[in-house]
Design a protein around this ligand. Structure first.
Ligand SMILES: [Fe+2]
Ligand SMILES: [Fe+2]
Length: 156
């Protein structure tokens, strides 16, 4: 399915960025201090590409169509994915808030940065795993070729 291929390719980009973020988290765990600019750029990427462009614009179209077509039969799974999107948005917002204090050497801000990085990287990896391995398989079985095409056009 063409629409799913786009989403899966975007997941690969997001997973790559998550690896960089996990590496920075590992450094923090060992008392090292990656530069503030790294975290600012990471927040910008995840808020714009992962959240607004990927999660919001594309997946929400797919969730809506699937829910409509299956008469709400998959609303539990969709609800979980939406909840995970919201939690990720909260964690990245908390990461953003802690950067200033972190760069000033504030240890409480550094603790917040570390705990939110751990939560964010862990949850977003799980979320992508569920979408790629479980959710998209269900979508593939449910949507027709025409519906896939309509989603694909909106995904471009
Ligand atoms: Fe998602
Ligand atoms: Fe996704």
């Amino acid at each position: 399915m063409k629409s799913l291929e786009i989403l899966i390719k975007e997941h690969a980009l997001i997973l790559h960025a998550l690896e960089c973020l996990s590496a920075a988290r590992d450094k923090l765990e060992k008392g090292k201090r990656p530069p503030e600019e790294f975290f600012q750029k990471a927040v910008e990427f995840f808020q714009t590409f992962a959240d607004k462009f990927h999660h919001f614009k594309k997946e929400y179209l797919m969730f809506g169509l699937l829910s409509q077509k299956k008469d709400g039969a998959h609303d539990g799974e969709i609800g979980t994915l939406r909840f995970q999107h919201e939690r990720c948005r909260t964690f990245i917002g908390e990461i953003e808030k802690s950067i200033k204090g972190y760069s000033a050497g504030d240890e409480i801000a550094t603790t917040m940065l570390l705990e939110n990085l751990a939560s964010y990287t862990s949850l977003l990896k799980l979320h992508i795993y569920i979408e790629d391995r479980i959710f998209f398989k269900m979508v593939k079985k449910t949507l027709s070729e025409n519906e896939d095409h309509a989603l694909f056009v909106q995904c471009l």
